[in-house]
Design a binder for this molecule. Structure first.
Ligand code: SF4
Length: 342
C-alpha cells in the first residue's frame, strides 16, 4: 500500500489515541483544546531545543507568569534571566514583544496569518498554534515530521531542497479535522519510533504504507554535506572582590543581547578580526571554554584581574553565593564555573 491521505491520518490518529506522549502543554484525549498561551510558549521554547530541556523552563514560566497578560507585564530583564540556559536568546526578546502585542489585542489571533504577524512567530509556530490550540487545518512541519514524511514517501532529494516536496506531501495527508492531533501524532511518531537512528518500523502504525521501510530508512531525509563552523576567539574577564564578581548587562541587540554576563572583549562584534582592548590591569589566564553557537564555535579565554582596579564598564557586584540566580547564559556559566574552580 502507498501512503495516501486517509489511511495515513486514520491509522496514525488511532495510534495517537493510545500512545500520545503526556506533555504539560498538551490537552489529554477528550479534553478541551489547550490554552493558546501554553501552546505558543511551548512551541517557542521547543524551537531547536529538546522536550527534556524545555519541561523545567515551561514549568517555571507558567508558574511565574500563568497568563499571557502576566508575561506581558513582566520586566524584560526578568524574562531574559528566567530564559538563561535555554539558548537562542532572541526567542526570549521576541516572547516579551509578542506577549505585549497579544495583551494589547486582548487575545491570541486564531488564524495562521494573524499568528504569523506576532514577533518571533514563523511559519512553523503559526501553523502549530493554529492547529493545536484553535483546531484549524494547518500544515505543521518540524524536524520530526520532516523525517517521517521523507521516509513515508521515500523522498530521495537532499535537504533543504526536499522541503517543498515534504510540505506538499504533509499537506496531502493532513486531515480536515483533528489537524492539531495529527501534527502532534506525527511529532510523537518521529520522536518515539521513526527516530534518526534505528527506526522501530516493526512497531510503526504506518509500516505497511511506508515506501522507505525496506529501503534503509535511516539514510532519509538526505542531509546536505556539513560545513565546518568558523572558530572565533574571545576573552571574558573575571573580576572578583570581597566575595562578589563584576557582571554587566549586554546591549539589547546582537549575540546574547540583553543578557547579564561577564565583561568581555566583544568577540561578538569582531567579524573583521578586530577586538576591543581588554580592561587595563594585570591579567592572568585562568583557562579556555568552548561553546558551539548555530553559526560559529567560540573559544573564550577566561582572564582574572589581579589588581584592585575599578572595572570601567557599567555593571554590578554580584555575590558569588547567589551566582546561579544571575541568569547567565550557558557560555558565561561555563566561564564562571572555570573561574570558580581555579
Ligand atoms: S515504517 Fe519505519 S521508516 Fe517508515 S514511517 Fe514507520 S518508523 Fe518510519
Amino acid at each position: 500500500m502507498t501512503a495516501t491521505g486517509k489511511p495515513v491520518s486514520a491509522s496514525l490518529l488511532q495510534w495517537y489515541d493510545t500512545h500520545a506522549r503526556s506533555l504539560p502543554w498538551r490537552a489529554a484525549w477528550g479534553e478541551a483544546a489547550p490554552d493558546p498561551y501554553r501552546v505558543w510558549l511551548s512551541e517557542v521554547m521547543l524551537q531547536q531545543t529538546t522536550v527534556a530541556a524545555v519541561k523545567p523552563y515551561f514549568a517555571k514560566f507558567t508558574d511565574r507568569w500563568p497568563t499571557v497578560a502576566d508575561l506581558a507585564a513582566a520586566p524584560e530583564e526578568e524574562v531574559m534571566a528566567a530564559w538563561a540556559g535555554l539558548g537562542y536568546y532572541s526567542r526570549a526578546r521576541n516572547l516579551v514583544k509578542a506577549a505585549k502585542a497579544v495583551a494589547e489585542m486582548g487575545d491570541f489571533p486564531d488564524t495562521e496569518a494573524g499568528l504569523r504577524a506576532l514577533p518571533g512567530v514563523g511559519d512553523y509556530t503559526a501553523a502549530a498554534v493554529a492547529a493545536i490550540a484553535f483546531g484549524q487545518r494547518a500544515v505543521v512541519v518540524d524536524a520530526n515530521v520532516e523525517r517521517v514524511v521523507a521516509r513515508l514517501f521515500r523522498i530521495e532529494e537532499p535537504l533543504p531542497a526536499a522541503r517543498k516536496a515534504i510540505r506538499a506531501r504533509m499537506d496531502e495527508i493532513t486531515p480536515d479535522t483533528r489537524a492539531g492531533d495529527f501534527a502532534q501524532a506525527m511529532m510523537d511518531l518521529g520522536s518515539g519510533l521513526c527516530t534518526v537512528r534505528s527506526p522501530k518500523c516493526l512497531l510503526c502504525p504506518l509500516a505497511d504504507m511506508c515506501d522507505a521501510r525496506t529501503a534503509d530508512p535511516e539514510r532519509l531525509p538526505v542531509k546536505p554535506a556539513k560545513k565546518a563552523k568558523p572558530v572565533r576567539q574571545g576573552q571574558a574577564y573575571w573580576i572578583e572582590r570581597n566575595g562578589a564578581v563584576w557582571l554587566i548587562r549586554r546591549p539589547g541587540t546582537g549575540m546574547l543581547g540583553g543578557m547579564r554576563s561577564l565583561p568581555d572583549d566583544e568577540w561578538s562584534a569582531q567579524e573583521d578580526g578586530s577586538a576591543k582592548p581588554p580592561i587595563m590591569g594585570d591579567w592572568k589566564l585562568l583557562g579556555r571554554v568552548r561553546h558551539v553557537f548555530t553559526h560559529a564555535v567560540l573559544e573564550l579565554d577566561v582572564m582574572a584581574l589581579d589588581s584592585q582596579q575599578q572595572p570601567v564598564e557599567d555593571g554590578q557586584w554580584w555575590p558569588l553565593d547567589t551566582l546561579e540566580e544571575a541568569g547567565l547564559p550557558t557560555l558565561f556559566t561555563k566561564a564562571a564555573r572555570l573561574a570558580l574552580s581555579c
